[in-house]
Design a protein around this ligand. Sequence first.
Ligand code: PLP
Length: 445
Amino acid sequence: MNEIARPANLPNNLDAFWMPYTANRAFKAAPRMLARAAGMFYYTNDNREVLDGTAGLWCVNAGHGRREIVEAIQQQAATMDFAPTFQMGHPMAFQAAARLAEILPAGLDRVFFTNSGSESADTALKIALAYHRARGEGQRVRLVGRERGYHGVGFGGISVGGISPNRKQFGALLPYVDHLPHTHAPEHNAFTRGTPAWGGHLADALEGIVALHGADTIAAVMVEPVAGSTGVLVPPEGYLRRLRDICTRHGILLIFDEVITGFGRMGANFGAERLGVVPDLMTMAKGLTNAAVPMGAVAASEAIYSAIVDGAPAGIELFHGYTYSGHPLASAAAIATLDLHRAEDLPGRALAMEPYWEGAMHSLRGLPNVVDIRNAGLIAGIELQPRAGKPTDRAVRVFQRCFDNGLLVRTTGDIVALSPPLIVERGHVDRIVETLGEAIRAEAA
Ligand code: PLP
């Protein structure tokens, strides 16, 4: 782990930074500042230790301040800070893609680099559209997402995504988008440990969309294997397999958004591997570089790559890309992260910790207002009964209490979401349960 740096002082001026996904006014009235991080912990600007129950934002899977990643970035910055990847190349980007391909599910070995999960989502949707067009099926323009799905904040992602506030504020969304029903069914599945038994048939709603519009108008279906940002919805038994089969039957591409479920989080390299269903396209970000440098990626099957690339006339085949696609620093961070991923067997660690994690999370059952607990891999969602007339208030206060008592959790609606770094140990898990349990009890009224 890295040497601990000195804490930063609180800045004088909080006005200029318009904070993302934040209640700016409330935050600026009572700021919570993180100044440094090492291993499983953050340290605040006043040097308080905060256990990271969320791996930052579901992304620091190998723990904070990993020396190997820090040194790889430092060395690359000194060697070559930037090089374009439009009509030029540099070895690190090719190496990063090849290394990533080694752990991707068999058959998904072509990698397009982006800088975030949002860019990955929009890139995957565009590749799906370009694929059908390249094969003479340009009428396949319809995209199918799922209620409560989160695919970032680009226009493609919010359109296919199904989280209402992310869409309502903006009005103009992509046309030709349909949504599958979400799979949250507490009346059947509350307090299920791992995969819920009820709800596999919900995938059959895709047949309804096919019947309504015709399969030959549908380009792709995009879902998260486990929906994270909406509050941890674990797919019911057989659900993803049914989606896969319907897509295959109708020539529709299946896209898995593995921005959260990738890189060991599910106790395997990817959710696809753990859940036994391989998509045609897969989006990634977050854990790819341990979040040390922004980077995202889309993995495509060779069939998709060759339909677009080999099917095009001479010249540029895909009119898409980012200045920073395959950025040298991000590539260096990805290679170092993938080295750690393998050397420390992060998926194996997560898998070994999963039963303890599951037991610990479900031990919160019975606390006041806990109405459901869900878990998959090293992810958990603890759903609280909202306060009458004050949705989100209880969870926000639980979050603040946890933070004041040295634990970082995340909330969405009245759901507390947890996703610690994969190096988490039993003692950390116990501390998460104790601190969170106390906070839930304190907000019982
Ligand atoms: N897709 C999923 C499944 C995510 O969970 C997220 C972020 O949490 C994104 C996409 C967006 O990623 P980013 O914030 O890097 O754009």
